[in-house]
Design a protein around this ligand. Structure first.
Ligand code: FES
Ligand SMILES: [Fe+2]
Length: 429
């Protein structure tokens, strides 16, 4: 099936980016298994880049905070007394106790549970018991919570452990100008979960940055999206691919195009169409869903005026280096964040958030509570479960003496190569 793409777009550019020269060396599997490489990543990459910490909607008022973790570090993202959002290391300056546990909360002040040193929401000392008992002199004048760069974009709060980091807008490059059309800041979080996976964090990044594996791991998706005719664009640090939804995979040999597959019918229903009376065939569904949504305009309950027609069906799938994947749709956003384990290159934490665009005139959904899930016991939905099932086996294979040559990366998986190139720029070979 030939996918037709829009040529013009009011907001999100659709032009194909020039292909950078990335070479074709095999990527060594040791990057996924070595503690030495893991430490280099921490020193030279994780502590140098901008990272997603949480969402503005979760901390509207002074004293609201999010406590988020990366590696050994724990970070407080706080709405301060002026209403600004700031990031502090979550560590009491007395003897290093952590002030808060991970999650979202509200604090009038941050009082350490250990000896009651108390900090304002602006990171200053509020009270220290027995302040005259310090031969070094009054600590009140000498200590404050250690702060780090913090900024916001797209309703998201970003922090960096690098005091000299470039401005967030420079770091994100083209991404905000591409994605502001979706108005993430108006969406509501309807799913929020974390699960530990037994694989390196990069195995998980790789698994979401190519569609080559759809035929193997997600065969059911071949009945509602085109996993082959995917436009891939590599930018400075980040990348995207544009995956046509409401189409079938060219790997499928469909005998009767009039038989609309069930998953495609589900998409039609979600767009307000009736598959029973539909007169087109599988080759026209994608365009007709787009036309149907466009004809309804903003009466579908939210603003689609900044989006091109393809955005009304397709997944404009962005990756922000090093660890954030955005599956964007006109009415929803699915975010994946991979975090490394503190000490073990064979483990990682996978965070998933689903956001929905509230519809005008309908009740705004409640912000979902965070859930800590267990791999193999709790479900993250069929598609992610399929990836999750596979990844520990990939990780074991990375350790095999029979896997000497490293990763073979075809052209269609070049987002993986691009990701590794960016990683190398930070970490070295
Ligand atoms: S470690 Fe916080 S008060 Fe002692
Ligand atoms: Fe997958």
């Amino acid at each position: 099936m030939n996918i037709q793409r829009v040529k013009d777009s009011p907001f999100t550019p659709v032009d194909k980016a020039p292909e950078p020269e990335l070479g074709c060396d095999a990527i060594p599997a040791s990057r996924y298994t070595s503690r030495d490489y893991m430490e280099k990543e921490w020193e030279n990459m994780w502590t140098k880049v901008w990272l997603l910490g949480g969402f503005l909607a979760d901390i509207p008022d002074p004293g609201d905070y999010i406590c988020t973790e990366i590696g050994w570090e724990s970070i407080l993202l706080v709405r301060d007394s002026d209403g600004d959002v700031r990031a502090f290391y979550n560590v009491c300056q007395h003897r290093g106790n952590q002030l808060r546990v991970p999650g979202i909360g509200h604090a009038e002040s941050f009082k350490c549970a250990y000896h009651h040193w108390e900090w304002t929401i602006d990171g200053e000392v509020k009270n220290i018991p027995d302040p005259d008992d310090f031969p070094q002199g009054l600590p009140c004048d000498k200590v404050q919570l250690k702060e780090m760069p913090c900024d916001t974009w797209g309703g998201m709060i970003w922090f960096s452990m690098n005091e000299d980091v470039e401005p967030l807008a420079d770091y994100l490059g083209v991404v905000p100008s591409h994605l502001d059309a979706y108005h993430f800041e108006k969406m509501v979080c309807v799913n929020d979960a974390t699960v530990e996976w037994h694989c390196n964090w990069k195995s998980s990044i790789d698994a979401f940055n190519e569609t080559y594996h759809v035929q193997g791991i997600h065969p059911q998706l071949m009945w509602c999206l085109d996993d082959v005719d995917v436009q891939t664009d590599l930018y400075d640090k980040h990348s995207r691919y544009l995956v046509p939804f409401g189409a079938i995979s060219p790997r499928i040999n469909l005998e009767d195009p009039k038989q609309i597959p069930g998953p495609m019918q589900d998409m039609m229903v979600a767009a307000g169409m009736d598959p029973a009376t539909y007169e087109g065939d599988v080759t026209t569904v994608r365009r007709d869903i787009q036309k149907h949504r466009r004809a309804q305009g903003n009466s579908i309950g939210f603003d689609i005026s900044d989006m091109n027609d393809d955005q009304l069906t397709d997944d404009y799938h962005y990756f922000i280096f090093p660890n954030l994947t955005l599956n964007t749709h006109c009415d929803s956003l699915m975010l994946f964040r991979q975090r490394p384990h503190e000490t073990d290159p064979d483990k990682m934490y996978f965070d998933i958030w689903n956001f929905a665009m509230p519809k005008e005139g309908e009740d705004v959904p409640e912000r979902a509570n965070h859930r800590e899930l267990v791999h193999g016991k709790d479900s993250l939905g069929l598609v992610v479960d399929q990836d999750a099932f596979n990844l520990p086996r990939v990780q074991r294979g990375m350790h095999s003496r029979g896997f000497e040559k490293g990763l073979w990366i075809p052209f269609q998986e070049r987002r993986i190569r691009h990701f590794h190139k960016t990683l190398e720029d930070y970490v070295g070979e």
